[in-house]
Design a protein around this ligand. Structure first.
Ligand SMILES: *Cc1c(COP(=O)(O)O)cnc(C)c1O
Length: 347
């Protein structure tokens, strides 16, 4: 079987997770009657230091519900130009909510509050677009799994408070940041007006995200979730997978981080310059093939032939992601295959 490093979304539910799903108590969640969903929403809200939560089928929807709480049509969300909300959610904020966006180049996706200060325009009146929301991604996916330092987040909170802008956290992989830094999830969560987290990435649930915020905000998000067609019925069967994942799969993310570090070391030794191992903080390894003669598609095809799947994210840019379904043996084999390819680049 191939070693699939394309994403941490490729994980399949374990036998124990399937058992938890099969025995979940369920009800009609649009009526608020699903005990497993209610328990998951309350659990995640408490973990992140918020009043309430709403379960969504995808992280994109959780982010979109969060942003629309903070920006009206014609207003602006500001973030970095590699952020998932502007790059990978297919224009949803514009298409569904009439929200425009402004972005800046943030190396490795790292938050720099000086850039936020430079680009946002709070209450700009009739002259310029008013920025009403800043989005932060932690960890930063296309930045290479980058963790946002807590002091930067605290500085950003103080700034947005001083100008009356709201803050949304795309915390799809906040679990990974928490496991590395030991910063409590609530310490991160309380710095934001809303937070989305994914259960379907490294945590290994088949589907699901949760958006948390104030009780009033979550009530409003629930209305929009239904309006978007994502009011779900006996969905406790999926919420149970999320609860199981939180109970059992958070601490083990550390193993994914160790394996990502091994991949980075192996690739960097074979082809110095493709990745800086000290930047690999979590489970994502970005490979910049401009240091070699490989292009990304040819490299990915050659790796696939040798049983290793990787993501092509740019003409010379490849991404590796470790997760629940890649063990030490799989990681070692991937290190061998990728190092051999990098060490024998085509002419
Ligand atoms: C995966 C991901 C999401 C949500 O993706 P869905 O596929 O919609 O669940 C959001 N933000 C980031 C940073 C992600 O990596």
């Amino acid at each position: 079987m191939a070693i699939d490093l394309r994403s941490d979304t490729v994980t399949k539910p374990t036998a124990a997770m399937r058992t938890a799903m099969a025995s979940a108590e369920v009800g009609d969640d649009v009526y608020g009657d699903d005990p497993s969903v209610n328990a998951l929403e309350a659990r995640v809200a408490a973990l992140l230091g918020h009043e309430a939560g709403v379960f969504t089928p995808t992280g994109s929807l959780a982010n979109q519900l969060g942003m629309r709480l903070h920006a009206k049509p014609g207003q602006e969300v500001a973030t970095d130009l590699q952020a998932h909300v502007v790059r990978a959610e297919l224009g949803a904020a514009a298409a569904f909510s009439g929200i425009t966006s402004r972005t800046w180049d943030a190396p490795r996706g790292l938050l720099d509050v000086a850039q936020v200060r430079e680009y946002v325009r709070p209450s700009a009146g009739p002259y310029l677009v008013s920025t009403t929301c800043v989005v932060v991604e932690n960890t930063h996916n296309f930045g290479g799994g980058t963790i946002q330092p807590l002091e930067n987040l605290i500085e950003l909170r103080a700034f947005v408070d001083s100008v009356g802008i709201r803050l949304h956290l795309d915390g799809a992989r906040l679990w990974n940041a928490h496991v590395v830094t030991g910063v409590p999830l609530a310490t991160y969560g309380e710095l934001f007006d809303s937070v989305s987290v994914c259960l379907s990435k490294g945590l290994g649930a088949p589907i699901g995200s949760v958006l948390v915020s104030s009780a009033a905000n979550v009530s409003e998000a629930r209305v929009w979730r239904k309006r978007y067609g994502a009011g779900m019925r006996q969905v406790g069967i999926l919420a149970a997978a999320g609860t199981y994942a939180i109970d059992n799969h958070v601490a083990r993310l550390a193993d994914d981080h160790v394996r990502a570090a091994r991949l980075a070391e192996a690739c960097a030794s074979a082809a110095p310059g493709v990745v800086e191992p000290s930047y690999v903080q979590t489970n994502i390894v970005p490979l910049d093939l401009t240091a070699t003669t490989w292009d990304a598609a040819t490299f990915a095809a050659a790796a696939r032939e040798r049983g290793v799947l990787v993501s092509v994210l740019g003409p010379r840019f490849v991404r590796l992601v470790t997760h629940l379904d890649v063990d030490d043996a799989g990681c070692a084999l991937a290190c061998e295959v990728l190092a051999a390819l990098l060490g024998s680049a085509p002419n």
